[in-house]
Design a protein around this ligand. Structure first.
Ligand code: CP
Length: 306
């Protein structure tokens, strides 16, 4: 397999395992460019990439921009808050306007689940979902998988514990789809108020608490508490959340000896993970950012070379 079926990347739910493998294999090659002294390749020469973000971002937005530039594309950014969206322009009109400027790929983040899917029906260029509401964040899950592969060599048969605010997490959803397709066992734990209904229908196992979830895990993934999406109090206090649902050294002592710790960032230090866990030698949170550039280079290359 040498190309992706779809010209868009909207979520991992609809991407077959072979295509996830292709992206990960391509990302490994892209990481060689990223790690070289000369980060200037021509895979995207003559192509244009625009990031259109309706929500804030540090990692995703900047890494798409850097990925585009390392591969020779013209890259531009637009924030909804500083655009004609504030004058009432619709998503579809905004997308069509961007496309008319010669854009080959629109990378889009939106607070509404399904927004990139909608836009993809109205433009001819490729659309990449950089996070839509509580639905999916496919390139985050791909970079998580690339990081895990770098340490474990395979995803098949690994036990991955995902802990925290699963209800609001597009990262969790993309990881569940992706990791399960690639043969990993996924165990989740969360306060009941932050757990989606019928989560087990996605093929994950629901642990009774965080210690049980982490038991024997090869990978522990903490999730950010998405306070901005919580309209009412879903847990008593931050202190109680960290004590009963967070991951600290004691909880982590139940994981496999060579367990690695991931978090998509930004981290609420002391809430979902303790500072000692975040900064420990087996934490790969900074490496995830590095993997993110390689994965986005791979995705942009594969989508524009069809
Ligand atoms: N992980 C993630 O999506 O981070 P940003 O919000 O900084 O892009």
């Amino acid at each position: 397999m040498s190309s992706l079926t779809s010209k868009h990347l909207l979520g991992l739910r609809d991407v077959p395992a072979e295509e996830i493998q292709l992206i990960l294999d391509t990302a490994k090659e892209m990481r060689k460019i990223l790690d070289s002294d000369n980060k200037k390749a021509s895979h995207l020469q003559g192509k244009s990439v625009v990031t259109l973000f309706y929500e804030n971002s540090t990692r995703t937005r900047l890494s798409f921009e850097m990925a585009s530039k390392y591969l020779g594309a013209t890259a531009a950014n637009i924030s909804a808050s500083a655009s004609s969206v504030t004058k009432g322009e619709t998503l579809i009109d905004t997308g069509r306007t961007i496309e008319q400027m010669g854009t080959d790929v629109i990378v889009m983040r939106h607070s509404m689940s399904g927004a990139p899917h909608l836009l993809s029906q109205y433009v001819n260029c490729s659309v990449v979902n950089a996070g839509d509401g509580m639905n999916e964040h496919p390139t985050q899950a791909l970079l998580d998988m690339l990081t895990i592969l770098n340490h474990k060599g395979t995803l098949k048969g690994l036990k991955v514990a995902i802990t925290g605010d699963i209800l609001h997490s597009r990262v969790a959803r993309s990881n569940i789809w992706g990791l399960r397709k690639m043969g990993a066992e996924v165990v989740v734990s969360s306060p009941s108020t932050l757990l989606p209904a019928n989560i087990e229908q996605t093929g994950v196992r629901l642990a009774k608490d965080v210690t049980e979830a982490v038991q024997g895990a090869d990978v522990v993934m903490g999730l950010r508490l998405q306070l901005e999406r919580q309209k009412k109090a879903l847990f008593p206090t931050g202190r109680e959340y960290s004590k009963y649902f967070g991951v600290g050294p004691e909880v982590l002592s139940h994981a496999a000896k060579d367990c690695i710790v991931l978090h998509p960032g930004p981290v609420n230090r002391g809430l979902e993970l303790t500072t000692s866990v975040i900064d420990a030698d087996n934490s790969v949170i900074n490496e995830q950012v590095h993997s993110g550039v390689a994965v986005r280079m791979a995705v942009l290359h594969l989508l524009t070379s069809k």
